[in-house]
Ligand binder design. Structure first.
Ligand SMILES: Cc1cc2nc3c(=O)[nH]c(=O)nc-3n(C[C@H](O)[C@H](O)[C@H](O)COP(=O)(O)OP(=O)(O)OC[C@H]3O[C@@H](n4cnc5c(N)ncnc54)[C@H](O)[C@@H]3O)c2cc1C
Length: 467
């Protein structure tokens, strides 16, 4: 049966009940991680539009179901798939419209940041700090903060939300911004899956498309990684905010290699710094701010060249292939290089599948965050992605990634970014204690019956606790 429950449709989108033939595809067909959860919603509504989302919430109230939400389906732990809930799938809500007079784009929550929003804006000479991986949906991405291109300069992507259209937990469609429903506006910028409503449209401030984008990429053997880590920790505080320095331990063969140098096999270390600027000369000069590499001459390859968001997105998509199982964890750390290097090397030396990788991202915050739920960040972001195909490896890779990340969290860690977490395996702090308390107050007032599914954790008492 689709599109009707007991002869009372109420909703216009396709409604699929548990047990129906289309259920399994509706349940997990749009989940990026091929490691699908053993959780079973009561029904899935593929909502037609915002009014249909509101009708879905009212239907859930009638039925006594909780409501879970899916925009792009990229949550690693598949937060959208919750037992006995009505899963409202927003996949059809992808409209885009741009207001030239304000530079604000209105975007549906399932819009893909790189594949859809970026080209739409580029055609209008504009840009937005969308996710590094092009297929990520803006819904989950923005609600949890949003670590996007040029983020060191433009801040968290959620800082560029000027308003949201929201279906509340009692099924009402409202606009929230700095002056109306300001509690929802505050929560929408950082609460992630704890947001007590369903966003049906984001209104986002866009930026002028940078005139130039360059990258500076070095390939090193892992034996030189320690020296490189020390170098980057030393230079990070001096780097211009337009330079985004990332080290990635990767096993993909397609890395820069000097002529005559062969790939050593296994894991190598890439230092990939990107920079957006007003001209080619400026971008090159800013990248030169990385200074002199202490192991220059020992690198396996080195390229400085123009690049583009499209090229960078394509590289990210190659590193994050679809149809694979992922075990992922992350940590913010303020630890010095001498503490962090051995922990990173333990992770990097252990990578053992073709696609698995782990990053060190130099974030180095220099300003107070605006008043919004998002409130935890640190000097360096470490995230590890163990990527494999066999379900028999789930337990091994999950326990490895969470144990290795816990070691970083213990020794100088300051918390996590929701985007790369799985609290069914390891909790950590993602909001400051004060912001967590304020969010709980908002949630209590806006959703007193807990209609909208909240954080998925195997240890509710440990939620937002930094061990
Ligand atoms: C390959 C890959 C690359 C990634 N790269 C980046 C990156 O570069 N930067 C970064 O910051 N993150 C990145 N992430 C993490 C990603 O941003 C998060 O997983 C995010 O939650 C994905 O959003 P989504 O809408 O696609 O996910 P979904 O799984 O659809 O949503 C996750 C949860 O967010 C909530 N939610 C989503 N939409 C709404 C809504 N409209 N209203 C209310 N609640 C909602 C729900 O609780 C939902 O279950 C990446 C993830 C993957 C898989």
């Amino acid at each position: 049966m689709t599109a009707a429950v007991d002869g009372r449709p109420g909703v216009r989108g396709r409604l699929t009940m548990r047990g129906e033939p289309a259920y399994e595809e509706a349940r997990v067909g749009r989940v990026f991680n091929a490691r699908r959860p053993d959780r079973y919603p009561a029904a899935v509504l593929e909502a037609a539009d915002a009014e249909d989302v509101a009708a879905g919430v009212r239907l859930a109230i009638e039925r006594g179901w909780t409501v879970s939400v899916r925009s792009g389906g990229h949550s690693w732990a598949a937060w959208s798939v919750r037992d006995d809930a009505l899963l409202i799938d927003l996949g059809a809500l992808r409209s885009l419209s741009y207001d030239e007079s304000t530079g604000v784009v209105a975007a549906g929550p399932a819009t893909k940041g790189g594949e859809e929003l970026a080209p739409y804006l580029a055609a209008r000479g504009r840009a937005f700090p969308g996710g590094h991986c092009p297929s990520v949906g803006i819904g989950g991405f923005l609600l949890q903060g949003g670590q996007g291109w040029n983020g060191r300069l433009n801040g968290w992507a959620c800082e560029s939300i000027v308003a949201i259209d929201v279906v509340t937990a009692d099924g009402e469609l409202v606009r929230a911004d700095a002056t109306q429903h300001a509690d929802l506006y505050w929560a929408a910028r950082g609460a992630g899956p704890g947001f007590p409503g369903i966003v049906t449209r984001f209104h986002l401030q866009t930026y002028a498309k940078p005139a130039a984008m360059w990258h500076d990429t070095w390939t090193f053997a892992l034996d030189d990684a320690e020296a490189v880590i020390h170098w980057l920790h030393a230079v990070l505080p001096t780097l211009d905010r337009r330079v985004e320095p990332v080290m990635a331990a990767t096993r993909l063969p397609d890395v820069p290699l000097h002529e005559g140098v062969t790939h050593p096999g296994g894991t190598v270390l890439l230092l990939h710094a990107t920079c957006m600027a007003d001209s080619d000369e400026e971008a090159r000069a800013l990248l030169a701010g990385l200074g002199d590499c202490p192991v220059a001459g020992r690198e396996l390859g080195h390229v400085t060249a123009p690049t583009s968001i499209e090229e960078e997105n394509a590289a990210q998509a190659g590193q994050n292939p679809e149809g694979h199982r992922y075990a992922v964890d992350c940590a913010w750390t303020d630890a010095p290089a001498e503490t962090l290097a051995p922990l990173l090397l333990d992770i990097w030396r252990g990578l053992d599948t073709e696609h698995s990788f782990s990053i060190w991202y130099g974030w180095a915050p220099t300003r107070e965050l605006p008043d919004m739920a998002f409130s935890v960040e640190g000097n360096v972001y470490v995230a590890t992605y163990l990527i494999y195909s066999d379900a028999a490896d789930d337990a091994r890779y999950r326990s490895r990634v969470h144990a290795q990340t816990a070691a970083i969290a213990r020794d100088g860690g300051v918390g996590v970014y929701l985007g790369d977490t799985d609290f069914t395996a390891r909790n950590d702090r993602f909001l400051s204690p004060a912001h967590h308390a304020r969010l709980e107050e908002i949630r209590g007032a806006r959703d007193p019956h807990g209609r909208i599914a909240s954080y998925l954790t195997s240890d509710p008492a440990g939620l937002n606790v930094h061990a």
